[in-house]
Design a protein around this ligand. Structure first.
Ligand code: GLV
Ligand code: MN
Ligand code: MN
Length: 412
């Protein structure tokens, strides 16, 4: 089979999709079920139909794009990623796996390949946690990690439930139907930018992901006492922001002192009430994100955070309440898919690095229900989740070529 990626077409599609955004270029913002996300979905559906593929949507808006194999009764081989983007993001996170997956299928079609197992491109709903506070909503539901009932009651920042948001779109149906049947996929493989600096630093063009780090996230509310910034003397204060500042540093310290470079912790949201320069903060809401390749170590940081919160509450006479949003186990990738990816790299004489993914991906949840692995391409300086995120045309084309080869190998 002659396998050739149409890099010019793929790159121009990446540019077109980047322009469907709520933020001004070069930034990309596409919040799930917002106007840019809905427009992007419609645009993508048209590209898939142009390629002669059957497009279906499930009740949470996961999009399934199927190239039917010669034996449609066999489990499909899946690939895909997401097109939602956090505020002020770049144009490659998720998109390379979606449009690269589509181009991989087109390259196989052009090469005259005929799959025995169907090949399916899957575009997941809300990989990013921006709107509903929890990431990977689509893949959590497909894998049964998030129940229909829990999903139905998720609320966005405006207090609007996921169900109410769905009602304003063409995403309909019973959420109970989202969970996939056992053995739906023979294998699942996701192409993605690395979102870290390793491949670029090592000058290796491809990463074969053997495991995905375990993420957790928490909301923390701190309540103290407000008052006049001039009138309340320092000994009488119960400043919620000062308590929050101590807690943020304790979280950082718990991650730094875990004994492993794989432990990371971030407090990415800090909302201060009432937010006036001459008013003592009475209430603060923090959101923390804690990850590790090792589950016990990750949980150890969460415990240290909990006890730091208790100590700070006691010392400052404030209340600290913690709400767990998610605490997921890490994924071990499937040897079958890791080997198929590695063999495809060898076939094209491309060097690759076995590596872990420190970012989470929908593959974390797909790994619960299907043999799964990921393929990484380098991104400049390891930058991601920022407008200057960049992957070179050569790297995108290489990743797509190896993805296509792997889909062929797995679907024969
Ligand atoms: C995914 O976007 C992540 O935060 O790892
Ligand atoms: Mn992301
Ligand atoms: Mn992503």
């Amino acid at each position: 089979m002659k396998l050739e990626v149409d890099a010019a077409k793929l790159l121009s599609e990446i540019e077109t999709l980047a322009a469907i955004s709520d933020a001004e270029a070069p930034a990309v913002t596409r919040i799930v079920f917002g106007s840019a996300d809905l427009k992007a979905r419609a645009w993508l559906k048209a590209r898939c139909e142009e390629a002669g593929l059957a497009v279906q949507q499930d009740p949470i808006g996961n999009t399934f794009v199927r190239w039917i194999g010669s034996d449609p009764t066999l489990p499909a081989v899946g690939t895909g990623s997401h097109i939602d983007a956090i505020p002020n993001a770049g144009k490659y996170d998720g998109v390379v796996g979606v449009l690269g997956g589509l181009e991989a299928i087109r390259a196989l079609q052009r090469g005259g390949f005929r799959p025995r197992h169907s090949i399916e491109l899957l575009v997941f709903t809300s990989e990013e946690p921006t709107r509903f506070g929890i990431g990977c909503i689509g893949s959590r539901m497909l894998s049964g990690t998030l129940s229909a009932d829990a999903a139905r009651h998720l609320k966005d920042g405006e207090g609007v439930s996921l169900d109410e948001v769905r009602e304003k779109t063409d995403v309909r149906g019973e959420l109970e139907a989202v969970k996939l049947p056992i053995a739906y996929y023979k294998a699942f493989v996701e192409l993605h930018i690395e979102q870290g600096p390793v491949l670029e630093r090592e000058q290796i063009p491809l990463g074969v992901v053997t495991g995905i780090a375990a993420p957790a996230s928490l909301n923390i509310s701190i309540e103290g006492a407000g008052g006049h910034a001039g009138g309340v003397l320092m000994p009488a204060r119960h400043d919620a922001l000062c308590a929050a500042a101590e807690l943020v540093l304790s979280i950082e310290n718990a991650a730094r002192s875990s004994g492993a470079v794989d432990t990371v912790a971030t407090v990415g949201i800090c909302e201060v009430f009432p937010g006036a320069v001459n008013s003592i903060p009475s209430r603060v809401r923090l959101s923390a994100d804690i990850r590790d390749t090792d589950l016990k170590r990750r949980d150890g940081v969460m415990q240290k955070m909990e006890s730091a919160g208790k100590g700070i509450a006691e010392k400052r006479q404030v209340s600290v309440r913690t709400e767990l949003v998610n605490a997921d186990a890490p994924a071990v990738c499937s040897p079958l898919v890791v080997e198929a990816l590695s063999e495809s790299c060898r076939k094209h004489n491309l060097n690759f690095l076995p590596m872990v993914s420190r970012a989470y991906h929908d593959s974390l949840f797909m790994s619960r229900i299907a043999p799964t692995a990921m393929l990484f391409i380098p991104c400049r300086n390891g930058y991601s989740h920022r407008p200057d995120e960049y992957a070179s045309p050569e790297d995108i084309a290489r990743g797509t070529l190896v993805l296509a080869e792997t889909l062929a190998a797995l679907s024969r």
